[in-house]
Structures are given as C-alpha cells and as structure tokens.
Design a protein around this ligand. Structure first.
Ligand code: GLA
Length: 402
C-alpha cells in the first residue's frame, strides 16, 4: 500500500502553482556579466535593486546565471565555485532574502552547462534538493550538451525533482524553443524560452557556425502564433532584456514596450549598479509594467502591419486595452489614427472586442505620462501623430461609460 502511494505521488508530481500568476520579474547576470560573477557583485546588485527602487517596482528575483558552480562533492552534490562564492549559496540566499528579494540559480539538463560547468544530468534529484536546502526560489534550466536526451522527459524529471525537494521553486525552461515547448510544457514549467539567445542589437542577427543570436525585432517576429499557449502560470519567454546595455533610448523603449505587450517575463540584464536616468525611466515605468503584469494574463497580438508600422493590442482587466504602434523603420513616420479601423475581436484568446463604434475610451500615453483625449475626440480632430524611428507610441485605453 505504502509503495503504491509513494509511486502515485511521484507520478503525479506537479509544478508548484501560484508562483507565476503574472509574468516573473527580476534581474539575471548573463546579458551583462556572462561568466564573470562572484558573491561580492551579487550582493551589491541586491543592494542596488533595493536602493534604485527596482525591487519595489516588481523586480523581485535576483538570478545567477551560468558559472556559479564548483565541482561535485564526493557524494555527487553540487558545490559553489570556492573562489567566486567562498561563503556559499546558502549565505547568499540569506542575504538576498534579507533584502526582500528572491534568489534564482541556473543549471542545465545535459552533462555540462553552456559555460562548461557541471550539468544536472543524472543528478536531478540531488540538485533540486540542494537548491531547496540553500533556499533557492527560481531555477533556469538550460539545454546544452543535451544531444541524446528527450526534452519533455528531461524537463518533467527536473519538475518532479523540484516538487519532491519540497520548496516552491519557479521553473524557467531554457531549451530555446527547439521542441516547441509551448505545445507540451504548461504542466511542466512556469515559462519557456521560445527562441535562441537575444543579441544586444535592435535589428540584426549574430551569426556563428552552428548557432545564431537574434536582435529585438527578430525575436519579436519569432513570437508569431504562440500567444494562445501562454497564460497565468505558464508564459512564453522571448529571452531576457537588453535595456540599458547600450542600444539607443528609443530602441530600449520599444524593446521594453513590446516585451510588455507580449506578457513576457521581465528579466533585466543590465548593470543596475550604474544606470542612466533614461534607463531607470524605462524599466521603472509603472504604467508599462502594469500592462505586462495585468491580471488577465493575455499575451498581446499584432493586428496589422503597414509601411513598417505594427499595430498591437493587448486586452486588459476591466475592459481596458493596451495599444502600441511599433515603428520598425529607422526614420520616423506620421500616422493618423482612425479608431474605427481598429474595431476588432480577439477570437483566439480573450474573445474581447474593442467596439470603438459604441465605446469611448480615455487615452493615456504611457511614455509621455499624460492623458491625450478620448477615442471619440481623436476621430473628430484627425490629428497625425509622430512615431520616431525604432520607437513606439503606447497607450492605455480605458473604457468609459457608453
Ligand atoms: C545559453 C542560454 C543563455 C545563457 C547561457 C549561459 O546560451 O540560452 O540564456 O544562460 O546559455 O551559458
């Protein structure tokens, strides 16, 4: 009887619910620091996430990426790199928790991580237990050295191991969209990468022998068709943010806006010790974050494309919509909105309609932080708006009484 019960428990191991009702928000070391991380740096990052108001804006996960690992001990348990993390991960987790943040860690389903550190293959239950003992809150699980393993099996194995370890740990799957995880992973992880790695460029591809990394627009285009698979607890992950890493301010604004329209996890990848006012004003924009974090949890969609302009909508709680015009051109464009052209129904997910003929919406410009009229007035005045190159205009439309 006991044996049967134990088997049933393991077979039915589920991911932890309630950890990602809205897209996860935090910071990760990879995009800026790659392998060059150590406990001093991470502690300072924790301090800065609090001092700069990032934590209070919602960025609560502080995630170590690759290269924190040392060797496995004689029993096969993973240890931290003794030179870079001499105090160990438990002490780091305690520090991060004392700041009101949560700690994320990184591993890989194969024998080695992408940075050549020990992977979790064959040590899944041990690793999950070790993370739980250390007080880890989030696991990013990568896919290097995985040639001979099955993705669904490998990710479900780690999900089950995390469950048995007994600590709620958010499970972030990073198999680069290769096996179309959106088709099978809603019960496995809280988010899954949909593409290869992001490249710190707005509109280009970084080509290497055997692999590519993708600019912001390239990644955006690869999200086509995926929105119906995302929702509370299971999100499409178009990779971490490059905001603040050197692209132009307008490009950073467009990047952040589009990730918000996509209901993507907002995982910062910049040096938060040293941020310009422009960077802060982008990543701390409360109204744009509210679009991303909207409780309805519906990923936005592109309604139409014309002359390099894309028109995106995202249904929000309470009958509101987020609306974003993305200008993919390098040069600015002017455009006169006739809201009647945007009478639409989101047949695929929310079944909501905009009904611009019967509903008047108050328009708030989320980057200029001001109200710019109502949809009905705008249709009367027919004023053109300017959308600078590689930039957006982003509105929240709030339904008023009819
Ligand atoms: C892969 C992942 C990246 C990063 C690196 C670390 O490329 O996709 O996000 O974690 O590995 O080596």
């Amino acid at each position: 009887m006991l044996v049967v019960l134990a088997t049933t428990l393991v077979l039915n191991a589920q991911k932890y619910e309630g950890l990602a009702d809205t897209p996860p928000m935090g910071w990760n070391s990879w995009n800026k620091f790659s392998c060059n991380i150590n406990e001093e740096l991470i502690r300072v990052i924790a301090d800065k996430m609090v001092e700069t108001g990032l934590r209070d804006a919602g960025y609560i996960y502080l995630n170590l990426d690759d290269c924190w690992h040392g060797p496995r001990d004689k029993d096969g348990f993973i240890t931290a790199d003794p030179e870079r993390f001499p105090s160990g991960i438990k002490a780091l987790a305690d520090y991060v928790h004392s700041k009101g943040l949560k700690l994320g860690i990184y591993s890989d389903a194969g024998r080695k991580t992408c940075g050549g550190r020990p992977g979790s293959f064959g040590h899944e239950y041990q690793d999950a237990l070790q993370y739980a003992r250390w007080g880890v809150d989030y696991l990013k699980y990568d896919w290097c050295e995985s040639e001979d393993i099955n993705p669904k099996g490998a990710y479900n194995l780690m999900r089950d191991a995390l469950r048995v370890a007994g600590r709620p740990i958010l499970f972030s799957m990073c198999e680069w969209g290769q096996s179309k995880p959106w088709l099978w992973a809603a019960e496995t992880g809280h988010m899954w990468r949909t593409t290869g790695d992001i490249y710190n460029c707005f509109d280009c591809i970084d080509q290497h022998p055997g692999w590519k990394a993708y600019g912001v627009l390239q990644i955006l285009d690869m999200q086509e068709g995926l929105r119906k698979y995302a929702g509370p607890g299971h999100w499409n992950d178009p990779d971490m943010l490059e905001v603040g890493n050197g692209q132009k301010q307008n490009e950073d604004r467009a990047h952040f806006s589009m990730w918000s329209m996509l209901a993507a996890p907002l995982i910062l990848g910049n040096d938060v010790r040293n941020m310009s006012e422009e960077t802060k004003s982008i990543i701390k924009n409360k109204e744009v974050i509210a679009v991303n974090q909207d409780r309805l949890g519906v990923q936005g969609f592109k309604f139409k494309k014309e002359d390099g302009l894309e028109f995106w909508f995202k249904p929000l709680e309470g009958g509101d919509w987020a609306f974003c015009i993305l200008n993919r051109n390098k040069e600015s464009r002017s455009y006169t909105i006739n809201w009647m052209d945007f009478n639409l129904t989101d047949e695929e997910v929310s079944k909501r309609s905009t009904n611009f003929d019967t509903i008047d919406y108050r328009i708030n410009d989320l980057w200029w932080h001001k109200e710019v009229g109502t949809t009905r007035n705008q249709m009367k005045t027919k004023k053109a708006i300017e959308i600078p190159g590689h930039d957006v205009v982003m509105y929240r439309l709030s339904a008023m009484s009819r």
